[in-house]
Design a binder for this molecule. Sequence first.
Ligand code: FE
Ligand code: FE
Ligand code: FE
Length: 164
Amino acid sequence: MPSQPKDLNHLFHETLKDIYFAEKQILRALPKLARKANSRQLSQAFEQHRTETEGQIERLEKVFEILGKTPRGKTCDAIIGIIDEGKEVMEDFADSEALDAGLLASAQAVEHYEISRYGTLISWAEQLGLADAVPLLQETLAEEKRTDVLLTKLADVSVNAKAA
Ligand code: FE
Ligand code: FE
Ligand code: FE
């Protein structure tokens, strides 16, 4: 890598690559979650979020463009680990009444990682004066938060009770 100053600009770019990689992994994982979920509502929530995730990836590409950089991901070990845990639940709890509760919990771990990343990117974008990037990142953060709230609601009204 050409030497780039280790400043907040650099950190912003690296973190953007991290979440870009993560969103692409999530895009691949969501259809599997939707297929495995027994609850129709949960399955629909995963499907809907998959569609949103496509838009989120496009927004990230716009942010790369604002930086004058080519969109490129960088391996995010955190999301790989979270998704691997989800796969483990899928295998260990397949055909069990608790499967949906496990899938839902895995999906919430994903949303919380994203919420943390977007929150950070927004404050750094503000700090760096990247005014055009802020609303793009905020729009995605709002979707991640809405998804988290929806998942919590589904857990409370049906999924966890069925699992118990
Ligand atoms: Fe996302
Ligand atoms: Fe990461
Ligand atoms: Fe998400």
